[in-house]
Design a protein around this ligand. Structure first.
Ligand code: NAD
Length: 386
């Protein structure tokens, strides 16, 4: 079996990497970037700084600041309108996964005519304007993935879009941008990264390349996530979490996510639960259900995270894995769907739709234990009862 690995052409990783945009644009021969971000990042002054650097070096640039959380096709349309005002030859994302996914979608749709839903999985987006991603959360790993997740404004479906055209050409991964993340955002985005790494490792599409990266990410996240939450200025923890987020992105983009992400997207789309949090609501229960499909792989994860000892057999390691994941979610105040404020009746009424959307995404087929619709529905019920 051959593994097919896709990565950005340029990865700059470490303190200060985000200040190297002009050099990277020069290296790529790009001259007219459209900068894409959200209003909060603008309020931090970071976009002004970036624009000042670009102006000083003579780049022609413009900005789109209408990014919304869980980006929608409406927001992409607004971004495209700004793109078409100029002769832009690339799109630069500054922000969390929502900004990066918006930038990718704008770049991909720049020369396409059909509505975005036409290009969702199982179709593929193989070209688009070059994207340079500067992540500010540690997080989604979107800076290194050939994925963009866009909510269809008409149907409320959180669409999975994939293809080489969605892979950034460059990513500037600077943990100093994450020092401002508050407790809840640090926890949610860090749990998202943990799910990426864990799901990539147990995925049916896992390979030797992604395995080592996924294990390294899991080790780092379980070592540092609590510290990063409690001590926002802890540079060692922030640096480790940022690297792990990028590694998680590389791992899942080249091995796929599985059932957790498949079931999580509908929760995000219908109830506006932050993405990392909806993953975390599912993490212990879906892991417990899936272990029988690959007990040795899950036991490796438990050992890599220090949740089990090297002397534990697989069965013992996997019991500890589920217990420790539950504890981690408690430590990071992950609410149940009901505690989050979702109405019980609406949850029940949405079960069919959530199950169908989870199945349609294709992600459950990569799970080590493949669920049918009834089993997915049952898992949603169990997660509600937690
Ligand atoms: P986000 O981008 O939605 O940002 C959440 C909030 O945090 C925003 O208000 C933002 O302004 C703020 N924020 C960002 N950086 C900050 C910082 N350094 N300090 C303080 N506040 C900051 O959150 P996210 O979790 O990074 O992204 C979630 C989105 O990413 C979802 O739509 C999800 O589906 C998508 N996603 C995409 C991929 C992919 O590979 N494309 C993978 C996973 C998730």
């Amino acid at each position: 079996m051959t593994a097919n690995i896709n990565l950005p052409r340029i990865l700059r990783v470490g303190a200060g990497a985000s200040r190297q945009l002009p050099e990277v644009l020069d290296e790529l021969g790009l001259k007219q970037p459209l900068l894409v971000t959200d209003g909060f990042i603008v309020s931090l002054g970071w976009l002004d700084d970036l624009e000042a650097q670009l102006s000083e070096k003579g780049f022609v640039h413009n900005r789109f600041t209408g990014v919304v959380p869980d980006p929608t096709t409406d927001a992409i349309a607004a971004g495209l309108a700004v793109l078409h005002l100029g002769e832009h030859d690339c799109v630069v994302a500054l922000g969390g996964g929502s900004s990066i996914d918006t930038a990718k979608a704008i770049a991909a749709m720049a020369h396409r005519d059909q509505p975005m839903r036409h290009y969702k999985v199982p179709n593929s987006i193989d070209d688009g304007l070059p994207v340079i991603a500067i992540p500010t959360t540690a997080g989604t790993g979107s800076e290194v993935t050939r994925v963009s997740v866009i909510t269809d404004t008409e149907t409320q479906e959180k669409m999975l879009c994939m293809g080489l055209g969605l892979m950034p050409v460059a990513a500037l991964v600077d943990f100093e941008l994450t020092l401002s993340m508050p407790w809840r955002l640090t926890a949610d985005t860090g749990l998202d990264s943990l799910c990426h790494a864990l799901e990539a490792y147990v995925s049916k599409k896992a390979n030797a390349f992604t395995d080592t990266i996924a294990l390294a990410a899991m080790t780092a996240i379980n070592t540092h996530i609590r510290t990063a939450c409690q001590e926002p200025d802890n540079r060692e923890a922030r640096e480790a979490m940022m690297l792990a987020a990028t590694q998680g992105g590389i791992a899942f983009s080249n091995a796929s996510v599985t059932l957790i992400h498949g079931m999580s997207r509908p929760i995000g789309a219908l109830f506006h639960v932050p993405h990392g949090l909806s993953n975390a609501m599912l993490l212990p229960e879906v892991t417990a259900w899936s272990i029988s499909g690959a007990p040795d792989r899950y036991a490796d994860c438990a050992r890599a995270m220090g949740m089990a000892d090297t002397s534990d057999n697989d069965d013992a390691a996997n019991k500890k894995l589920v217990t420790c994941l539950r504890q981690l979610c408690r430590d990071l105040n992950v609410p149940s769907p009901g505690e989050f404020g979702i109405d019980a009746q609406v949850w029940q009424q949405s079960l069919e739709l959530m199950t169908q959307q989870a199945l349609d995404s294709g992600s459950p087929n990569n799970n080590p234990r493949i669920p049918n619709g009834a089993e997915i529905k049952d898992l949603y019920q169990k997660v509600w009862a937690n």
